[in-house]
Design a protein around this ligand. Structure first.
Ligand code: NAD
Length: 497
């Protein structure tokens, strides 16, 4: 009988009100059941909110440096448990072990950054325009934050949201993706072991359309942070707009790597393989378009196909594996569907385009690394997020056209440019319409201490990571202190004295 996991609500591990559970299975071997997790209902959200409100009352009054000390211990515990958590994550999510170790490391970096922020969390003191008057701002906690996370970074993304939310003095309700509940269970155990007061964190498992929705619609959850598909983000955005909630959205991408004629092609080759097929293409920053200048196009396409065809598929816990499975059957079906769409639109399938025939892979959601050649701007495989190991290759004349193609999609997360020309690099840095641009590095590789996010339909203007996320999780309060003993009127008594 597989292990049964519980929600964490009201300071204890607790069964869902529905008494209903779902199975969490290994995507590399669907016979392997990791555990049964609660399929919770709206009543569980209600209990979680009431508990979080109690947690908030005390935590919001705990000095920020002390809150930072808890996050320091969280970071230290994650260091100790890095290997254990990485292995659990690979088992439920599928990506290879070096990548899940990196995922935990991102959580560690985020914890240590948050810990130091406890002694900053700066406000400002600025000169008043009037005499004998001070003008200043400081940060206040907001309340209960509802955090909804996707499957592809099972630890890192929950930490990007949870740690700054906690550091700023908020209480948290975490709703992880249904495909990766175990990793977040382990994270909550770490938070509690580190000494976080119990009612400051709540963990509720279940379906997005029921549980996620109940969280977003709850009037006592003023802050929502969501990472996931643009489709789901639009639904959440509509609710939060109507209810005037503070909302951070991190959504889909259609990221491009541009390779100019003068690029170091061997370097670009390593970059595109890692960008397109790392995490089996299931990164928000995955390289899903390769835009190549015409002189090197044919040669570089051959180089990419030759290498991509040799990538070793297998379970992520096997050290020889380079590409793991997709997360579930629907994700694999979606890639297969786009192979049909690409052919129908007149692109060719240069390599891949099928489920691998190797019987050792038959129990997992594997798909061959796939390269579409002859893709032109406007094709669906050029415009739409596939979220799998599929790369669309587009030929362009020059940098101007490359920038136009890069910018001609509804998304704007990351982009990459390979060139040795410094002028081209600076042009691209300025004109590529993305939240992040890499020069001579692939579209993936964000560091925890810099702001992360995208433009257009990728986001709604907020950023995760770095210093900017602390603005999202705190309210700015402004205070004026007038010690002149007289009525001084702003804008009126200013210049004539
Ligand atoms: P998803 O939108 O299917 O699910 C994300 C989360 O939302 C899950 O926890 C799900 O249960 C929940 N959810 C679903 N319907 C909901 C509803 N109606 N109300 C509230 N919550 C709901 O996304 P996914 O398949 O888990 O993740 C893949 C997507 O995430 C891709 O589009 C990818 O680009 C995006 N992503 C973006 C970033 C970024 O930073 N921009 C990072 C990682 C992933």
């Amino acid at each position: 009988m597989p292990e049964r996991f519980l929600n964490y609500i009201g300071g204890e591990w607790t069964a869902p009100s529905t008494n209903d559970y779902f199975e969490n299975r290994n995507p590399a071997d669907r016979e392997d059941v990791i555990g049964r997790f609660p399929r919770s209902g709206a009543a569980d959200v209600e209990r979680a909110v009431q508990s979080a409100r109690r947690g908030f009352a005390a935590w919001s009054r705990t000095p920020a440096p002390l809150r930072g000390q808890v996050l320091q211990r969280v970071g230290e515990l994650l260091v100790q448990k890095k290997e254990e958590i990485a292995r659990a994550m690979t088992r439920e999510m599928g990506k290879v072990l070096p990548e899940t170790r990196g995922d935990v490391q991102e959580g560690i970096d985020t914890a240590f950054y948050a810990a130091t922020e406890g002694r900053r969390l700066f406000g400002r003191v600025v000169p008043s325009e009037l005499r004998s008057k001070w003008a200043m701002s400081f940060r206040r906690p907001i309340g209960v934050a509802g955090l909804i996370t996707p499957f592809n970074f099972p630890l890192a993304i929950p930490t990007w949201k949870t740690f700054p939310a906690l550091l700023c003095g908020n209480a948290v309700i975490l709703k992880p993706a249904e495909d990766v509940p175990h990793t977040v269970h382990l994270l909550v155990e770490v938070l509690l072991e580190a000494g976080l007061p119990p009612e400051v964190i709540q963990l509720v498992h279940g379906q997005g359309s029921i549980l996620g929705r109940a969280l977003v619609e709850h009037p006592d959850v003023p802050v929502i942070s969501f990472t996931g598909s643009t489709e789901t983000g639009s639904i959440i955005g509509a609710t939060c707009g109507r209810m005037h909630k503070r909302l951070s959205l991190e959504m889909g991408g259609k990221n491009a790597m541009i390779v100019l004629d003068d690029a170091d092609l061997d370097l670009a080759l390593d970059g595109v393989l890692w960008g397109a097929f790392g995490t089996t293409g299931q990164r928000c920053t995955a390289t899903s378009r390769l835009i190549v200048q015409e002189k090197v196009h044919d040669r570089f396409l051959r180089m990419v196909c030759d290498r991509a065809a040799t990538l070793r598929l297998g379970p992520g816990l096997d050290p020889t594996t380079e590409v793991g499975p997709l997360i579930h059957a629907a994700a694999r079906d979606k890639v297969a569907e786009y192979v049909g769409i690409a052919k129908g639109e007149g692109a060719s399938v240069a390599i891949g385009g099928a489920v691998p025939s190797d019987p050792r892979l038959a129990h997992g959601w594997f798909y061959q690394p796939t390269v579409f050649a002859g893709v032109t701007p406007g094709m669906r495989v050029e415009q739409e997020e596939i979220f799998g190991p599929a790369l669309s290759v587009i030929r362009v004349k020059d940098l101007d056209e490359a920038i136009r193609v890069n910018n001609g999609v509804p998304y704007g997360l990351s982009s990459a440019l390979y060139t040795r020309d410094v002028n081209a690099a600076f042009r691209a840095m300025t004109d590529l319409d993305n939240g992040i641009t890499y020069v001579n590095a692939p579209t993936i590789g964000a560091e925890a201490h810099l702001p992360f996010g995208g433009v257009k339909q990728t986001g709604n203007g907020h950023r995760e990571g770095g210093w900017e996320v602390y603005d999202f999780y705190s309210e700015t309060k402004v205070v004026y202190v007038d010690y002149s003993g007289t009525l001084q009127r702003a804008q009126i008594d200013t210049y004539d004295k």
